[in-house]
Design a protein around this ligand. Structure first.
Ligand SMILES: Nc1ncnc2c1ncn2[C@@H]1O[C@H](COP(=O)(O)OP(=O)(O)OP(=O)(O)O)[C@@H](O)[C@H]1O
Ligand SMILES: [Mg+2]
Length: 366
């Protein structure tokens, strides 16, 4: 067999319908063994559906699932190399922390001594040794989450599926637990597949990630690649804060692509994408790359300049977002790190010029 042992998950043409609802449409995806992989996307996009298909809790309507090269499409959960951390799967309230963690091993009827040893090692790993005899109701949210993790990890499967594992935690704890999860994955070395609709969470934990929306796999890549060089317009819109222009390609030449917005022309590099004159396209530029210039400031050829009307400054703590209006009435955002001083007072209605590096614009065909 020519199975690729470096591939933990390979999904081919995977679809799932619930009655009339097409929850997943022909998804192709491959996840390397030992990778921390995040599935990110808006609510209702199909993330949980994909995770449940991988775990064997539901059957595909079409397509194939290979785990470590084996077709498991028709296998039940306990015949797959997976275990799952459910978002709302509560701990057994009448069992201690240690009993909760050991539950799956007792189901497997392992000898008591082995269970005790493995549970002890797992409690160490997830930082719960001191709480082994506590009951779940006497634990904080973060501690309960750790018990859940321990309960899944102790089974020593090759692939851990995590559905919104941090959703119940407050923002600060969530941040801490994100890094803990990442370090835990590095320690145990198995494949983690982590579902979230929180962008920062996905970017914190993931080696690679996929954007899923409307049952479609939109794009995969490293967090950096998806942030800095998104191919799809949806990705540019979903991750970070992007200004997105829509227009038509008016020229393609050695210098790049010219896109006519009606009120201005953008010149940028095509990034190897096949475009022709007349194509409807979108162009994105991240708000943190947009500079605000007083009107009339000269800028080099490396910069795209655009006239706008200043609107207002919105103070966000870490950053201040400047809102201006383009000639077509749409808003454009320039976001800059706040440095403890009020931004230069620009009056609403003032004519300003916005500038950004041409090389940082991204072209989106769809
Ligand atoms: N058992 C079901 N019966 C019918 N429709 C379902 C069922 N489960 C999910 N759906 C639908 O399938 C689509 C995808 O649902 P899914 O739970 O996979 O989304 P999700 O990306 O996990 O969303 P969230 O971020 O809100 O958890 C949604 O439109 C949902 O309403
Ligand atoms: Mg879900």
């Amino acid at each position: 067999m020519n199975e690729d042992t470096n591939t933990a998950v390979q999904v081919i043409g995977l679809s799932k319908n619930y009655g009339d609802v097409q929850a997943l449409r022909g998804v192709d995806l491959s996840i390397a063994a030992g990778e921390y992989f995040a599935l990110l996307g808006p609510s209702g996009g199909g993330k949980t559906t994909l995770l449940r298909l991988l775990g064997g809790f539901i059957r595909p309507s079409a397509g194939q699932i290979l785990l470590h090269g084996q077709d498991v499409s028709e296998q039940p959960p306990n015949h797959r190399p997976t275990s799952m951390v459910f978002q709302s799967f509560a701990l057994f309230p009448h069992m201690t922390v240690a009993q909760n963690v050991g539950y799956g091993l007792r189901l497997r009827k392992l000898p008591g001594a082995e269970i005790a040893e493995r549970v002890g090692a797992m409690l160490d790993l997830v930082g719960l040794s001191d709480l082994a005899d506590r009951m779940p109701h006497a634990l904080s949210g973060g501690q309960q989450q750790r018990v859940q993790l321990g309960r899944s990890l102790v089974l020593e499967t090759d692939i851990l599926l995590l559905d919104e594992p941090l959703a119940a935690l407050d923002a600060k704890l969530r941040k801490d637990m994100c890094l803990e999860l990442k370090h835990l994955q590095e320690q145990v070395g198995i494949t983690f597949i982590h579902v979230t609709h929180n962008q920062e969470e996905a970017m914190t934990v993931a080696d690679s990630m996929a954007i899923i929306a409307d049952g479609e796999l939109i794009e995969t890549g490293t967090p950096r690649a998806l942030y800095e060089t998104p191919r799809r317009r949806f990705t540019a819109d979903f991750i970070g804060e992007n200004n997105i222009f829509t227009g038509r390609v008016s020229a393609v030449n050695d210098d790049g692509v010219e896109v006519d917005l009606g009120y201005a022309k953008l010149t940028l590099n095509a990034d190897g994408q096949a475009v022709t004159t007349g194509d409807d396209v979108a162009v994105s530029i991240r708000s943190e790359l947009v500079e605000l210039l007083a009107s009339g400031t000269a800028a080099g050829a490396a910069h795209q300049i655009m006239a706008a009307t200043y609107g207002e400054a919105v103070y966000l703590g870490l950053a201040t977002s400047h809102v201006a209006t383009l000639p077509n009435g749409e808003a454009i955002l320039a976001r800059h790190i706040s440095r403890g001083e009020a931004p230069d007072a620009l009056a609403a209605g003032a004519a300003v010029e916005l500038a950004w590096p041409r090389s940082m614009m991204r072209l989106h065909l769809s």
